[in-house]
Design a protein around this ligand. Structure first.
Ligand SMILES: [Zn+2]
Length: 99
């Protein structure tokens, strides 16, 4: 198993977003996608409702500013201005079930 898969396996996207992003999962819109009841961290959002997050894959997309990514590592990089390597390291530090 690759280290990336290990992180994904150990941090369910649902837990990651609940812990790292203010707000909560809202209405399910299909295929694992949920509206995020909270503000988009990538633009000066004033009203909840533009960000959607996939609980299963961790993918995210904002219909207002257009930011998007395929998993929590992508989100962690963009939200914190980190390189892939650093985002990976930080997330790895949070992994509880690493062997
Ligand atoms: Zn946005």
């Amino acid at each position: 198993m690759s280290k990336i898969q290990e992180i994904k396996g150990c941090i369910p996207p649902e837990n990651y977003y609940n812990e790292n992003l203010a707000g909560a999962f809202g209405k399910h819109t299909g295929n694992g996608w949920h509206k995020w009841n909270g503000l988009c961290p990538f633009h000066a959002d004033k009203r909840a409702g533009s960000l959607v997050i996939n609980k299963m894959s961790g993918a995210f997309k904002c219909f207002s500013c257009g930011v998007n990514g395929g998993d929590i590592i992508d989100f962690h990089m963009k939200a914190n201005g980190l390189s892939f390597k650093d985002a990976f390291k930080e997330l790895r530090g949070e992994v509880q079930c690493a062997k």
